[in-house]
Write a protein that binds this ligand. Structure first.
Ligand code: NAP
Length: 491
């Protein structure tokens, strides 16, 4: 079936947004081998599209194209690069409804969330269009009076971008936008479960007039593509968002060519409610940070830590809010949670619950789900304890375990007792305590009386085994720029 016939099945108003080839040097190409793979709808397993299954050959061609395009792209004025990014932002927002539809169909999240993700992803493009013009240098004094040092910042070069399935649009725009603003060119490898959103972005790059070779996208043989991207000496930087486990593998693979690395990895977010916290606000924060994307975000609340004196009151409110959720096909009106991305993901969540129950947790089941292998029932676990897997591992599903603590010291100790350090949250009305706790939490991001912490203006990223580097804010450009010092003598 050609792209147009496949697109008509998806109900897109602009059928040209469904792409099934690789995007290399401004052209849509098939795999050299002629092999294909399918992208399926998690609601019912229906095939949405059949895509070119690329490997190392196509990836090498994409890297060569990015390399050839890079000098001219970097030589454009910041204003010219900004204009391209602004045009990309405009076409993305003009096609928001279709992009959201593609996203929901391949990933499962409710359409309203997908609309939100497209706007969130586009905001990074708009932001870095503006930041492209604000790449500053420095002038430094020197120990001897006849010298001065000027520091300039230049693009790293060709960047490889590997992204996960949980935010198929935004995880990629968060990387493409700063890379292009800095003067880098890119080769993208999206997740195999959700590549259609990335291919649609490539089509929009083309429509925005971004020159051939500046943005390339290849999908297919994960290891072969990853192997080429991490070993090819032309690639100067890898920016990866995904699991800590794969992040470590890719880091090792980059050692041979010592690439610059940005790693946005897994989390295990604590959500602490102190005895003076506003319980209604805290429940609102938990609902947003726990159940968004059916619990499949890296900043999702993983462990609720509540002061023992307010536990019963908090749990009562949490259960009421959880029971009010609606689970179903993300395409249907009023749905809060869609299916998980795959049946395998649902099975993993089931195993977390079984483990917790076998160790004494009490299950409070939330709303029922439609039939389907990928649906996971929202639920709250009380009497959760440290020996349970839900304490130490990333759940990635709509399961909210509740732990209790007695003192601030115990809360901090519990919160920091993990190798992860991405997002954390806490609720208190005491300003002094807010400062103390915020400084003591070993996390890259802290939500204080707030459950939503990510936007293009704030630096996003983790510490410990949650990674290195930051996306968003003016710091987001640093990951794509080298510092060069120019020493002037004879002054
Ligand atoms: P994943 O299994 O690590 O996969 C992420 C990406 O890496 C996918 O494109 C995957 O490709 C690719 N990949 C896997 N093995 C590879 C290899 N050997 N070589 C090259 N590429 C490889 O993670 P996921 O399950 O998709 O995503 C969930 C994880 O991402 C969670 O841990 C979550 O916390 C984390 N995450 C972090 C952030 C952040 O900003 N810190 C944001 C979102 C998600 P295939 O799809 O083809 O396997």
């Amino acid at each position: 079936m050609d792209d147009m016939s496949q697109a008509s099945n998806l109900g897109l108003s602009d059928a040209g947004l469904l792409k099934t080839g690789a995007y290399i040097d401004g052209k849509w190409v098939e795999a050299v081998s002629g092999e294909t793979f399918t992208v399926d709808n998690p609601v019912n397993g229906d095939t949405l599209a059949t895509l070119a299954y690329c490997g190392a050959d196509e990836t090498k061609r994409a890297v060569d194209a990015a390399n050839a395009a890079q000098p001219a792209w970097a030589a454009k004025t910041p204003k010219e690069r900004a204009k391209h990014l602004r045009d990309l932002f405009n076409v993305m927002m003009a096609n928001q409804a279709d992009l959201a539809r593609i996203l929901t169909l391949e990933q499962g999240k409710p359409l309203a969330e997908s609309m939100g993700e497209i706007a969130y992803g586009a905001n990074y493009i708009e932001w870095f269009a503006e930041e492209a013009k604000r790449i500053y240098g420095e002038v430094m004094t020197q120990p001897s009076p006849d010298k001065r040092v000027v520091v300039i910042r230049q693009p790293v070069g060709v960047a490889a971008l590997i992204t996960p399935w949980n935010f198929p649009n935004a995880m990629l725009t968060r990387k493409i936008a700063p890379a292009l603003a800095a003067g880098c060119t890119v080769v993208c490898k999206p997740a195999s479960e959700t590549p259609l959103s990335a291919l649609a972005i490539a089509e929009l790059c083309d429509r925005a007039g971004i020159p051939p070779g500046v943005v390339n996208v290849v999908c297919g043989d994960t290891r072969a593509i990853g192997g080429e991207l991490t070993s090819n000496p032309i690639v100067k930087k890898l920016s990866f968002t995904g699991s800590t486990q794969v992040g470590k593998i890719l880091t090792e693979q980059c050692v041979g060519t010592l690439k610059r690395l940005s790693m946005e990895l897994g989390g295990n977010a604590p959500f602490i409610i102190f005895e003076d916290g506003d319980l209604d606000l805290a429940v609102k924060g938990v609902m947003a940070s726990k159940f968004r994307n059916a619990g499949q975000t890296c900043v999702c609340t993983n462990r609720i830590l509540v002061h023992e004196s307010v536990k019963d009151a908090f749990v009562e409110k949490l259960l009421a809010a959880t029971n009010a959720l609606k689970v179903g096909n993300g395409m249907d009106e009023g749905v809060d949670l869609g299916p998980l991305v795959s049946a395998k993901a649902r099975k993993t969540v089931d195993e977390f619950v079984e483990d917790a129950v076998s160790k004494g947790a009490k299950v409070h089941e939330g709303p029922s789900t439609p039939n389907g292998d990928c649906y996971s029932r929202p639920l709250v676990l009380t009497d959760a304890t440290r020996d349970m897997r839900v304490f130490s591992e990333e759940i990635f599903g709509p399961v909210a375990p509740v732990f209790t603590f007695k003192t601030d010291e115990e809360a901090i100790q519990l919160a920091n007792d993990t190798e992860f350090g991405l997002a954390s949250y806490f609720y208190s009305k005491d300003v002094a305590r807010c400062w103390r706790i915020a400084e003591a939490l070993e996390y890259g991001m802290v939500g204080i009386n707030e459950g939503i912490i990510s936007n293009e203006m704030a630096p996003f990223g983790g510490v410990k085994e949650s990674g290195q580097g930051r996306e968003g804010s003016h710091h987001g450009l640093d990951d794509y720029l080298e510092i060069k010092s120019l020493t002037f003598g004879g002054i």
